[in-house]
Design a protein around this ligand. Structure first.
Ligand code: AVI
Length: 327
């Protein structure tokens, strides 16, 4: 069983159908039309994203896994060097596949830590609470189900130990640059001096490589995007015909913005509950940003948010970085 949770995902019980409906109608009556990628991850979306992570062209997962498997000791030593006992918090833990490498090393090396996965999905948290003590005997785990910043406050109330916050998988890329900067600043405001962040960021690279990751030849990303229209049909009584929409991805190497759209293939009207949404042929819905950063921008983001950049760990191609910042 696998779960995926992203930077902005809020699609479980914490956000209601009513909120989903409001956001969808607001987005589809805006100009240009848009949908929020936080809604990609229902059970179907989770499965498609798992498929995508196993797809050759979608490189970010493999890059970050390579970093965590080849530099486990270095990363953990940098974390441990910050002080003895700590709470290791993971924002949007999902199935904790990537962090498992680090958790195992820390347990094997008798680090004094408690793992606090934070996830908006109650299912994810109960899954981790049950499975991790089996796969990682000796782990101390306190799963927190809720919004990131609410749960960070809760974590601070539970213990005053040093905090190490992991925000992996380039989830930060699913926010526009200014929003990401604000998010990092809010993270800093929720931490104390000496706390740490381990953040995974996808880097600028050959534009064709980036574009192929978001326009894979098997059409997995296409299904991933179209699933949101299907989800609207399933949960909000919509009548989208997904054959009347096409997936279109762009990458701008100057700005580093990789954007996905769904393009209407015909003039058409879509009913969602009592609302009717009109599409012109070739009109698009803006679905998602997956921002890529130059390495200098990663340090700038740290400093701009009030952190000090400490370490950078790269994969062998230098396509992805996991950076440690201190508060
Ligand atoms: C979860 N997030 C970091 C993924 C990304 O690369 O932006 C989501 C994704 N969208 C399309 N492919 C993958």
């Amino acid at each position: 069983m696998a779960f995926t949770t992203t930077a902005t995902q809020q699609t479980s019980s914490v956000l209601t159908d009513e909120q989903f409906y409001k956001d969808v109608i607001k987005g589809l009556t805006s100009t240009p039309k848009r949908l929020d990628s936080k809604y990609f991850y229902d059970a179907h979306g989770d499965k498609i994203f798992q498929e995508l992570m196993g797809c050759e062209e979608y490189y970010p997962t493999n890059c970050e896994m390579e970093i965590f498997t080849s530099q486990t000791a270095e990363i953990c030593k940098a974390i441990i060097a910050g002080g003895d006992a700590f709470d290791l918090i993971e924002l949007g833990a999902g199935d904790a596949t990537k962090s498992t490498q680090l958790l195992k090393y820390l347990i094997d090396n008798k680090a004094d830590f408690t793992y606090l996965p934070i996830d908006i999905s109650e299912n994810v948290i109960s899954y981790l609470n049950i499975t991790l003590p089996v796969t990682l005997p000796g782990i101390k785990i306190t799963g927190l189900n809720g919004e990131y910043f609410d749960m960070l406050k809760k974590a601070a109330a539970i213990s005053d130990r040093r905090k190490v916050v992991m925000f992996l998988g380039s989830n930060v890329g699913n926010m526009p640059v200014d929003v990401a900067q604000g998010f990092c600043r809010e993270l800093r405001n929720n931490l104390s001096e000496g706390d740490m962040i381990l953040i995974g960021v996808d880097l600028k690279k050959n534009p064709k490589t980036v574009l192929a990751a978001y326009n894979d030849s098997e059409g997995i990303t296409r299904r991933f995007n179209l699933n949101l229209l299907e989800r609207i049909n399933r949960e909000l009584g919509g009548d989208f015909n997904t054959r009347q929409f096409d997936h279109y991805a762009t990458y701008n190497p100057e700005t580093g913005a990789c954007k996905s759209y769904l393009v209407s293939l015909a003039d058409q009207k879509i009913k969602i509950g009592d609302e009717t949404i009109s599409f012109k042929k070739d009109e698009y819905i803006y679905m998602e940003i997956s921002q890529k950063y130059a390495i200098e921008q990663v340090d700038d983001m740290a400093v701009g948010a009030g952190f000090k950049p400490l370490n950078q760990f790269f994969d062998s191609k230098k396509w992805f970085v996991d950076a440690i910042w201190t508060a």
